[in-house]
Design a binder for this molecule. Structure first.
Ligand SMILES: NC(=O)c1ccc[n+]([C@@H]2O[C@H](COP(=O)([O-])OP(=O)(O)OC[C@H]3O[C@@H](n4cnc5c(N)ncnc54)[C@H](OP(=O)(O)O)[C@@H]3O)[C@@H](O)[C@H]2O)c1
Length: 360
């Protein structure tokens, strides 16, 4: 198969580096262009991620950066040359994304990890394996905006593991209400969180995160109708904190189900979830959307975030909740920058190709 040339915008950042790493030796895609801010433009990738004072490589994925990427020139994202490119991965800071993504989407499919367009009614907010049917809204987006391409977004990384597990429960038992408390990894905040604030600490507030988790999760779990997505009307109460953990978001979740379920039935629903999707065998797909642990000492971010390359959601401590009607509760760990951002974006792009939504 001839590989599909793609561009990565925000290649120097945490999410962009995950895209770059997932595309090393990729069977479907080849990296044709890299871009970032004007601070990095004109340098090659290696120079752009080398700290000018210490000489340290600011590479945030495990192992070494792909050798073939080191010499690639970083272009200015505003004037990125799209000739020959068939799809854009956009993984840039939010304000920049608002301006940049339409420049690409006018011409090409653009898979975004950023926030600005997630809640637009004609933009799909998708988790591979959860709500790919929402991609049908792309036709409406193209028509409304007169674009040849489109924007397809991934959610806030805190919503990812939550929505995956809720979808599994919703389709088996129905979900009425959710209380979630998060302990989020540092890398979810990008490269620049000051170390002295977070080491040996818990930051009790992440601005606007709790509202986003609620509204994005309702949209992801919603139903696609005629040219619109109707939110799933569930009550969600979120408390989001930042913990002294490098990567991986840990979330304590209590769910009020519509129909009662035993713990064994809940485990069965979680373990069986997503087989239709994983059996497609897409190159970056996890083998299991959800991995259930019986050992009460799991999941832990350090032990479980990288399971299946950070693409599975690890769940454990599944037990009854006696406060909520038909209540069950559990802990989950989900890799914020892998399934929650860069690798999730690559998986979504693989599905877009599979579904004929990328011209090859
Ligand atoms: N980190 C995660 O786990 C995660 C999870 C889900 C979603 N996201 C979202 O993904 C996006 C990237 O996050 P990140 O964590 O990778 O951030 P990051 O590590 O801080 O990297 C930011 C990237 O954006 C680029 N950028 C900043 N301002 C720009 C501008 N004006 N024009 C063009 N490029 C610009 C940076 O380029 P320079 O190197 O040139 O500054 C860098 O490549 C954000 O929208 C974030 O909310 C992140």
């Amino acid at each position: 198969m001839t590989k599909i040339p793609v561009a990565i915008v925000g290649a120097t950042g945490i999410a962009g580096q995950q895209v770059l790493s997932a595309l090393a030796d990729h069977p479907m895609f080849e990296v044709a262009a890299l871009a970032a801010s004007e601070r990095s433009a004109g340098r090659n990738f290696e120079q752009a991620i080398t700290d000018s004072q210490s000489g340290m490589l600011r590479w945030y994925v495990g192992g070494e950066p792909p050798t073939e990427a080191l010499a690639l020139e970083i272009q200015d994202a505003r004037s990125l040359r799209l000739d020959g490119v068939k799809l854009v991965f956009a993984a840039v800071e939010s304000e920049a994304a608002r301006e940049l993504e339409p420049l690409y989407a006018r011409h090409l499919p653009t898979v975004s990890t950023a926030r600005p367009y997630r809640m637009e009614p004609d933009v799909p907010l998708v988790i591979p394996g959860v709500n790919l049917d929402h991609l049908a809204i792309i036709g409406e987006q193209r028509k409304r905006r007169g674009w040849k391409g489109y924007i397809a977004t991934l959610p806030n990384c805190t919503a990812t593991g939550l929505a995956i597990t809720l979808k599994a429960l919703e389709q088996s038992f129905g979900v009425d209400a959710v209380v979630v408390t998060t302990m989020q990894g540092i890398s979810g905040a990008g490269r620049d969180l000051p170390a002295l604030d977070i080491v040996e600490n818990i930051i009790p507030y992440i601005p606007r995160e709790e509202e986003r988790v609620a509204i994005e999760t309702r949209k992801i779990l919603g139903r696609i109708g005629e040219g619109a997505i109707a939110d799933l009307p569930i009550k969600i109460s979120a408390t989001c904190t930042r913990a002294s953990v490098l990567a991986g978001h840990t979330e304590s979740v209590a769910v009020s189900l519509k129909q009662p379920a035993t713990i064994e039935q809940a485990i069965e629903a979680l373990e069986a979830y997503g087989r239709d999707f994983t059996s497609l065998g897409l190159p970056t797909s996890p083998r299991h959307m959800i991995t259930v642990h019986r050992n009460p000492m799991r999941p832990q971010p350090r032990l479980d975030r990288d399971t299946e390359n950070g693409m599975t959601t690890s769940v454990g401590r599944i037990r009854p909740d006696e406060v909520m009607p038909n209540g069950i509760k559990y802990l989950l760990v989900s890799h914020n920058a892998a399934m929650g951002a860069g690798r999730g974006a690559v998986l979504l792009a693989e599905y877009l190709v599979h579904a004929g939504l990328v011209s090859t």
